[in-house]
Design a protein around this ligand. Structure first.
Ligand code: WT7
Length: 646
């Protein structure tokens, strides 16, 4: 394959934190002596008790343990706020850009300090202690960041639930980690439309098994909401009652910082648990080096704090580095498809980090929306969440970056805490569609299905051979599941669930998930989750869900459904099922296509043959492969005949 390579622009190489030579040296060093490398890097944080131990890790299944800086103590909020105050009290920490272009706000580090302390005091007054779990269900507003850092300040473990999830999904997550406190807002506002967050919380808390005694409500849209006496309190009213300082809790490096739920190939979403020291070291180092962040720059990551990208690269990484981070409430297309670029001009954004799906959607609206803006403040561009197709990469590079801004295509996962395979702007020549090379300390390997390590140019399953500080430590409440999911497929290695190719230059090309996880607009969706929601509908007998190629979303959701006896499929029922899924999980899980089938293709032992369903969904049914092991081959004919094009 002929791929164009984009060399590092000379001006970038000269001025960057890391150039090619330095990358090669440091990368070699980081693998040769991880203790030395990460021991030195750890000093970028302020520790209450300095660590003497750096790395204490075994990936062996029988003896799995992962500890970084394990005898050090620190507080994440102190590292993100207090320690910057001597130099940066008046510097903007957060730029808030509201859904309406007329609303924006600058929050200094001093103000951030005061807001977070007051918030932390509210939590303490409601009885929240170190180790308690607090669920945060918020729009993209500055108070979401205050809430996270307030938890960190008192050692509470936050679990942010994306505001697009339904009351049912929220209830499941509240129960799983046994939160007694929920932080929310009256409403969120996205693209001019209200999202009834408080009402959703009320509905979630009606679920059996939730045990919440405090709901802290941020007044945002001003809409009238129900407040339950004794349980619900207004954030703004409470905050005034408490001092603007709050003694931080001293946390061990390995104490939990947060839980974040993410979909897996089976079962309910997993509570990915990250700890304090290693996570913060890793998030801050990657933020500084991958974006080549320099003091005073304005940095914008368009993700939502409901996802890990928001945790590591809107909140913890940038704030630990004393950066100015932009928090955007709205959507790329409101008021029109120019919004991202207008915001870049308005706030003179230097570094811009977004998802390929957004770029593909904006690319479809035409170049005029971009070229109408100046964009000369932009210096570095980034992408995350899914493979970026070369067309979108080239458009981003040419139309947005005016062929001068390097694009960092960063591969990582909720589980990895931070970027793993990624270019560095001053060091790495770019190939559109490749996440390029491993970050310091990261040892990617490709293995075949037997676990044999493949050398040189090859394609296989992507594993990571040794630990890095930002890695997740367990699945909350289910350590066996952690071991099973990540360390049991290939002995002694972390299994990513991704397929990957390595080319002759040692560049990595992620090819997508190799498990039953689909990536919809950069969001991870477990097929099993959508299936179990579908079969919970009274008219559905069986369901199988697969991903298929989608121009904008990367992958779309294709559901095959068999109905209860005597029930006929119809467009109305399709619409009902979509609505049902929105209610059970949320809009992001709504199938793009629903096909009613007589039966699903199964092996004689009753296992659904997803390979066949994937092929049909992708309109590749000429290459179905071997179907001789099917219990009833006629099912396939029916499925092909009734394939849905729309
Ligand atoms: C999965 C992780 C990491 C934050 C956002 C998603 C896919 C992620 C890339 C990329 C190709 C990518 C992988 C990965 N992915 N970034 N740059 N190129 N694929 O986090 O929800 O945990 O999903 O997203 O398949 O396993 P996540």
């Amino acid at each position: 394959m002929d791929v164009k390579t984009y060399p590092v622009p000379e001006s970038y190489a000269a001025a960057a934190h890391i150039d090619e030579e330095k990358y090669n040296d440091l990368y070699a060093q980081s693998l040769a002596d991880p203790e030395e490398f990460w021991g030195a890097v750890g000093h970028r944080l302020d520790w209450m008790t300095p660590y003497t131990s750096v790395k204490d890790v075994s990936f062996a299944k029988e003896d799995l343990h992962i500890n970084w800086y394990k005898d050090g103590t620190l507080n994440a909020s102190v590292n993100c706020i207090d320690r910057h105050l001597p130099d940066r009290a008046d510097q903007t920490a957060i730029i808030f850009e509201g859904d309406e272009p007329s609303s924006s706000l600058h929050i200094t580090y001093q103000t951030l300090y005061e807001k977070v302390c007051r918030f932390a005091n509210i939590l303490r007054a409601r009885g929240v202690k170190k180790g308690d779990r607090v669920t945060i269900y918020m729009p993209m507003i500055q108070q979401a960041v205050y809430a996270m850092l307030a938890c960190a300040r008192i050692g509470a473990v936050h679990s942010v639930v994306f505001g697009g999830f339904s009351p049912d999904a929220l209830a499941g997550r509240i129960k799983d980690c046994d939160s007694h406190v929920v932080i929310t807002a009256d409403q969120g506002i996205r693209g001019g439309r209200a999202v009834p967050l408080k009402a959703n919380v009320d509905e979630a808390l009606n679920h059996e098994g939730t045990d919440v005694d405090t709901v802290i409500v941020v007044r945002h849209s001003g809409a009238r909401v129900q407040m339950q006496e004794g349980r619900d309190i207004w954030y703004q009213d409470e905050a005034e009652k408490y001092p603007a300082e709050c003694e931080p809790e001293e946390m061990n490096a390995e104490d939990p910082l947060f839980i974040l739920y993410t979909s897996g190939s089976t079962g309910t979403p997993k509570g990915v648990l990250h700890t304090t020291g290693g996570y913060l070291v890793y998030a801050s180092l990657t933020h500084e080096l991958v974006f080549d962040y320099k003091d005073g720059e304005v940095y914008w990551c368009t993700a939502d704090v409901g996802w890990v990208t928001g945790h590591s690269y809107i909140v913890y990484g940038p704030l630990a580095n004393g950066a100015t981070t932009l928090v955007f409430e709205g959507v790329p297309t409101y008021p029109d498809a120019s919004r991202f670029w207008q915001v870049c001009d308005k706030h003179q954004v230097n570094i811009f980090y977004t998802a390929p799906t957004a770029l593909r959607a904006l690319m479809g609206s035409g170049d005029d929306y971009v070229t109408a803006c100046d964009l000369s403040s932009l210096r570095i561009l980034g992408t995350v969440g899914e493979p970026i197709n070369p067309e979108a990469w080239n458009w981003y590079h040419r139309v947005v970056g005016k062929e001068t801004c390097p694009i960092v295509d960063t591969w990582w996962q909720t589980e990895t805490g931070g970027m793993m395979i990624t270019p560095l702007p001053g060091a790495t020549a770019l190939k559109p569609g490749s996440a390029t090379k491993p970050f310091f300390g990261i040892q990617p390997q490709l293995v075949d299905s037997e676990g044999v390590v493949l050398e040189g140019p090859a394609e296989g399953n992507l594993v990571i051979a040794d630990s890095w500080p930002g890695q997740m430590r367990t699945v909350y409440g289910d350590h066996d599941r952690f071991i099973m999911t990540y360390f049991s497929t290939y002995d002694g290695k972390y299994f990513t669930g991704d397929g990957c190719r390595r080319d002759e230059d040692g560049y990595y090309w992620i090819t997508g998930r190799v498990d039953d996880v689909i990536n919809v607009s950069g969001h991870r969706m477990g097929t099993a989750e959508v299936e179990s929601a579908l079969v919970a509908h009274e008219l559905v007998a069986e369901a199988a869900v697969v991903g298929y190629p989608h121009d904008i979303k990367g992958q779309g959701i294709y559901a095959y459904v068999t109905l209860m006896a005597e029930i006929e499929g119809s467009d109305d029922l399709r619409a009902d099922l979509k609505k049902w899924i929105r209610h059970e999980i949320g809009p992001i899980a709504q199938p793009d296509k629903i096909q009613f089938a007589q039966g699903l293709p199964k092996t004689r032992s009753g296992k659904i043959m997803r390979r066949i369903l994937r092929k049909v969904a992708a309109n590749e049914h000429d290459s179905l492969g071997d179907i001789s092991t099917l219990a009833d081959p006629s099912v396939v004919k029916d499925i092909i005949q009734n394939r849905r094009n729309r």
